[in-house]
Every structure is written in C-alpha cells, then in structure tokens.
Design a binder for this molecule. Structure first.
Ligand code: NAD
Length: 483
C-alpha cells in the first residue's frame, strides 16, 4: 500500500504465506524491494510536506482515528480469522488482539488533541513557547507474534502525532496489516500517510532502516536485528526506538495465593504459545512452596488444550514456522543436557492434527540454574524454566541476572515484598499478583538489552514528536555591539 494504492512490487516477486497449523501455503504477499521502500518513503515525505495530515486539526486526526477503530471493530471477525491463519494463534487470542487494536486506536484518537506544548517566562524579559511538532516521516518495522496489535502500538501514536508512516510488517505475518492499511484509507487517513510495504528483513527492512529520508525509526523485534537497525541509524544520525526481547522473571513468594499464582504463571508463559516478548519465561519459586507449586503448574500445563487454532476450544496453537520450532526444541534439548529436568511437554506425538504444521506442547523445565543457557537466552516458545530460591535477596538477584529487562512479575500477599520488587526489579514493567495485561493507557518498553523508548501511553507520542523552542522578546532588542 503506497500512496493510497495497492501496488505490485517493483520486481513482481512474491513471498508464500504459510498456515503454521497445517503447513498449507494459502496466499502470496508482495516481496517489496529497496525500490519499493524508496517509493513509499517518497510518498510519505510528499504527504507530510503537503500537510494533509501533518497540519490537519488534531481534532480531525482524532475523528479519523476513531473511524479507523470503528472499521477494525466492524471487521473484527474477519481480521481475527486472518490473524489466526497467518500466525497460528488460537482464534480467541486473535480476537483479543483485534479488539486490543481498536482500543489502541481509540486511545490515540482521544489523545490527538491533547498533545500540548509548554509556555514559560525566561530571563532577559523574554517569553518562550515550546511547541510539539510531528517528527516527520517515520519508518516502523514490526514482528510476527502480535502482527496487528503490536503494529498498532507503533502506527497509532505516530498517526496521532501527525507523522507519515512507512511500516514494514514481518514477512511471516503481513496480511492483517495490509487489510488495516485499506481500512485506514477508507476511514479518511489521506493517501501517502500510512504506507505498508511487505518484504523480507534484508530486502525491505534494512533499506527502510538505512533510508536517508526517514526521520524516526521505530523497531520491534529481536536483539540481533535491533543491533543491526541501530548501526544503520547511527550512520544516518537519526533517532531510533527499540522494543526488543526479554527473559522475564516471574517470582512466587511463599506467602502467595498458590492457586492464583500458578494460574498466573501458566498464563504468563503459555499465552500466544509463549511467543510473547514479555513472557514470564523464568519462574523463581521460594523453597517452602516449591514442590506444591511446581506440581500444580505441571497440572495446569498438561490441561491446556493444544488444538487447531480455528477450533473454538483451542487454548494453544502452532508455532510460527519450522525454523522457529527447531529453535525452541533445540533449547529444551540444551537445557536437559545442562542438567535441567523436563517435567512435562516437549514435542507432541505425531498423530492427528500434530502430523502437519509446527507444534510443541506446554513445557516445564525444573532445576534450572542461572548459568544455564535456558535461564539466560530468549526461547520465545511455550517453555518455562523453574529455579528455586530461599531468601528474598536471592530472588531479586536472580531476577536481575540476565541482560534483559523488559517485564517481571511478583506473587505475594506482603505489601512490603511487592513494593520492594516494584522498586528493585530491573525492568520496564512489573506486574504484582498479575501477569500479561498491557493496557494502552500506560507505557510499555524495556531497560538493559530489551530496548529503549516506550510504546503506549502518552509517552509513545514522545517518539513521534519533536520540541521546537520559540523565544519571543518582550522588550526592544538590545544591541550587543552598541558604541
Ligand atoms: P526479528 O528481529 O527477526 O524481526 C523483526 C522485524 O525485523 C521483521 O519485520 C523482520 O523482517 C525485520 N528485519 C529482519 N532483519 C532486518 C534487518 N537487517 N534490518 C531491518 N529489519 C530487519 O524478530 P521476530 O522474530 O519477528 O520477532 C520476535 C522478537 O521480537 C523477539 O525477540 C521478541 O521478544 C521481540 N518482540 C518484542 C516486543 C516488545 O515490545 N519489546 C514485542 C514483540 C516481539
């Protein structure tokens, strides 16, 4: 979608779209090239300069974003179906993604006319107005795990701020983003303001990150790619926002409500097949409750219905690709070699719906030590590691003992423990007696190697606006050189 039109890629090439649950190729998407990225950036620049969106009344932008949200709600069932076929996630979870996308747009529709500047008196009998301006042409590169929802974390605040966008979705899951771009156009987003270019990381992602005329680049994906993007942006000396991976700790203290904590632990890791940047993938469990807690967790993991994702009863679907399945299974093998104990899960039996597509069962690895790779590295699948601790200090130290800092959870009935965790966990997000919700009203993002900048909340607008200071003399200009 370039300049308000669905266009063919310059090379004419396409990429196959696979249903992860069956392995069936059911669609083709355009394979965008550096030339297509350039066309889209030029269209975005032209629309930004023309001012059809960048200088429109903020209230008008809000109304259009609201209409866009309405269109997403009207098409919710079709979009959820498309998301499930494209990503392999259960239909119930795809529906939650689509409703969440509408909520993100509604929030930024409301915020559009609330992006205020500042005014202040300054010394020298001057007066300052500090204006917020849209940052310009924004490049956005998004992952495959929450294709439309995490994409909306990027495009909604950018559009709210008055920017023109070129978005490159993951080549594994581009369908709902293409559909959304058409809905945006029909809702009144002017041509050239919201461009979507499909393609691989090498052929479309890298040219977008390297492009000379992209004012801000916002990226969500893995740390390895994030580093490449940041190198490219360093050469251009332009701002970049990075939302990267995680290895989030979920701490269960001995005074926690074990029923709720085990439910939260299971939901924290197994939602979206564990393909979740903030997955609670490292459980830290206090010694006094360890055996009871782990037994309950295993019961819960084994009860999850791993079914074809379009089946209404499905609670876990298929992993995104054969390569990703190999990676996840490989990590479990490494964990066992390193000394972890496999309590449940692993590959499913080769029968029924498991004979096609990319399946892995909810997996619990116990006796995991901080030096194990499965404790340190992001697996991005339905695999949770369990590590025992005794003292509270030890829990905090273990929680902070990886390079990541995206999210964390703590389960306790003690206000003191909860408060201590909220203060001492090195993380952009902390859930207390809770796990996974990411309401759009509050910022989401990481510290350490999990990235910088924030999606969601009013903070996301910071990425997509710049400050301009205007200093007004309140008295006649004093000649510095006067004789
Ligand atoms: P990825 O890094 O492989 O790909 C992300 C995007 O970058 C894709 O669109 C891809 O095509 C593109 N890309 C690949 N190479 C590129 C290059 N050289 N230059 C520019 N773009 C390039 O990540 P993924 O496998 O799609 O997603 C999984 C990762 O995303 C995980 O690490 C997960 O934790 C992370 N994630 C983070 C958040 C967050 O908000 N922090 C949310 C979702 C996913």
């Amino acid at each position: 979608m370039i300049d308000g039109r669905v266009v063919s890629p310059s090379t004419g090439a396409t990429l196959p779209v696979e249903d992860p649950a069956t392995g069936e190729i059911f669609a083709q998407i355009p394979a965008g090239s550096p030339e297509d990225i350039d066309r889209a950036v030029r269209a975005a620049r032209a629309s930004f300069t023309a001012g059809t969106w960048s200088r429109a009344d903020p209230a008008h932008r809000g109304r259009v974003l609201w209409a866009f949200a309405r269109a997403i709600r009207d098409e919710a069932e079709a979009l959820a179906w498309l998301e499930t076929r494209d990503s392999g996630k259960p239909i119930a979870e795809a529906r939650a993604d689509i409703v969440g996308t509408a909520e993100i747009l509604e929030y930024y529709a409301g915020l559009a006319s609330q992006v205020f500047g500042q005014t202040t008196r300054v010394p020298g009998n001057s007066f300052a107005t500090v204006i917020r301006e849209p940052a310009g042409v924004v490049g956005q590169i998004t992952p495959w795990n929450f294709p439309l929802y995490v994409g909306a974390w990027k495009f909604a605040p950018a559009l709210c701020s008055g920017c023109s966008v070129v978005l490159k979705p993951s080549e594994l899951t581009s369908l709902t983003m293409l559909a959304a771009a058409e809905l945006a156009l029909a809702a009144g987003v002017p041509p050239g303001v919201f461009n979507v270019v499909c393609g691989t990381g090498a052929e479309a992602g890298a040219p977008l990150a390297e492009h000379r005329d992209v004012d801000v680049l916002a990226f969500t994906g893995g740390a390895v790619t994030g580093r490449k993007v940041l190198h490219a942006r360093a050469d251009r000396l332009r701002p970049t926002q990075l939302e990267l991976g995680g290895k989030s700790p979920n701490i269960v203290f001995d005074d926690a409500d074990l029923e709720r904590a085990s439910a939260g632990a299971a939901f924290g890791i197994f939602y979206n097949q564990g393909e979740n940047c903030n997955a609670g993938s490292r459980l830290l469990v206090q010694a006094g409750i360890y055996e009871r807690f782990v037994a309950r967790l295993v019961e819960r993991a084994q009860a999850i219905r791993v079914l074809p994702p379009l089946d209404e009863r499905s609670q876990m679907g298929a992993l995104i690709s054969a390569a990703h399945l190999r990676k996840v299974a490989g990590y479990v093998d490494v964990g066992i070699l390193e000394g972890a104990t496999l309590l449940c899960g692993g590959p499913p039996p080769a029968e029924g719906h498991f004979t096609r597509g990319h399946w892995y069962l909810p997996t619990v690895l116990a006796d995991v030590k901080p030096e194990h790779r499965v404790f340190q590295e992001e697996i991005f699948g339905p695999v949770v590691t369990v590590t025992k601790f005794t003292e509270d200090d030890e829990a905090i130290a273990l929680a902070n003992a990886t390079e990541f800092g995206l999210a964390a959870g703590a389960w306790t009935s003690s206000v003191q423990r909860a408060l201590r965790c909220s203060q001492e966990l090195q993380s952009g997000y902390v859930w207390i007696n809770n796990y996974n919700p990411t309401p759009v009203e509050v910022p989401f993002g990481g510290v350490k190697s999990s990235g910088f900048g924030r999606d969601c909340g009013p903070q996301a607008v910071d990425t997509y606006t710049t400050w301009k200071t205007v200093l007004w003399a309140l008295s006649p200009f004093d000649d510095w050189y006067k004789q």
